[in-house]
Design a protein around this ligand. Structure first.
Ligand code: GDP
Length: 194
C-alpha cells in the first residue's frame, strides 16, 4: 500500500525504512529481497514518487493472519529529477517527520550507489540520521558494476566518505544476487526485536 503522510501508515509491530537518492537501485533491491520482479515498480509512477510505499512481511505461524505485520517502508528517492519544486519542498519535511516520529522504526537502510560512491545528498542524509541518533546502516548497491580489480579501493573509499569502517558497509548486487540473502536475514532480525 501507499500513504501520502506518515500518520496514514497502518499499525506495525516493527518497521524498517529504505532510503536513497533516485536511481540508487532501491526498487531493484526491494524486488530482489522480495523475490519479485515488479513489486517496487509502483514507486516509479509519476506523481506517486512522493508517497511512502509500504510492504508487509508475513511472519506466518498460528494466528498471524489477525496480527499487524512487520513492515518495510520504501521512502521516496531524494533528488528525483522530474519533480516540480513544490512537490520536492514537501518531501524533506515529510520524510523527516516520519523518521523522527515513527516509534516502530527499528532501522533505516541508507542506500549508496557503489558504482558512483556517496553523493552530497547521500552524505547530507547520513549526517542527518547520525545527528538525530537514529539507527541506520549503509548499503552499497550495484557491487557487480565495480571492476574486481577496483573493489578493495572502492570499499575503503566509500566507507571513509560515509565516515564508517569497511565492515560497517554491506555491499549488494540486485542484478547478481550478491548478499541479498544476508541482507534479507538481517532485515528479518531487525523486524523481530527481542
Ligand atoms: P531506484 O530509482 O533507486 O528505484 O533505482 P532502480 O532500482 O530503478 O535502478 C536504477 C538503475 O540501476 C536501473 O537501470 C537498474 O537496472 C540499475 N541497477 C539497479 N541495481 C543494480 C545492480 O545491482 N546492478 C546493476 N548492474 N544495475 C543495477
Amino acid at each position: 500500500m501507499s500513504a501520502a503522510r506518515s500518520d496514514q501508515l497502518p499499525e506495525s509491530p516493527a518497521e524498517i525504512a529504505i532510503a536513497g537518492r533516485s536511481n540508487v537501485g532501491k526498487s531493484s533491491l526491494i524486488n530482489a529481497l522480495a523475490n519479485r520482479r515488479q513489486l517496487a515498480e509502483v514507486s516509479k509512477t509519476p506523481g506517486r514518487t512522493r508517497l511512502l510505499n509500504l510492504f508487509e512481511l508475513d511472519p506466518g505461524g498460528r494466528g498471524s493472519a489477525d496480527r499487524p505485520k512487520p513492515t518495510v517502508v520504501d521512502l521516496p528517492g531524494y533528488g528525483y529529477a522530474n519533480v516540480p519544486a513544490n512537490v520536492k519542498a514537501t518531501w524533506g519535511p515529510m520524510i523527516e517527520h516520519y523518521l523522527l516520529e515513527r516509534e516502530e522504526l527499528q532501522m533505516i537502510l541508507v542506500l549508496v550507489d557503489g558504482e558512483v560512491g556517496p553523493t552530497k545528498l547521500d552524505t547530507a542524509m547520513l549526517e542527518w540520521v547520525d545527528h538525530h541518533g537514529l539507527p541506520y546502516r549503509v548499503i552499497a548497491t550495484k557491487h557487480d558494476k565495480v571492476k574486481p580489480s577496483a573493489r578493495d579501493k572502492r570499499r575503503r573509499d566509500l566507507a571513509a566518505k560515509c565516515g564508517l569502517e569497511q565492515p560497517d558497509v554491506l555491499w549488494v548486487s540486485a542484478a547478481k544476487g550478491v548478499n541479498i540473502d544476508t541482507l534479507r536475514a538481517r532485515i528479518h532480525a531487525w523486524l523481530t526485536p527481542g
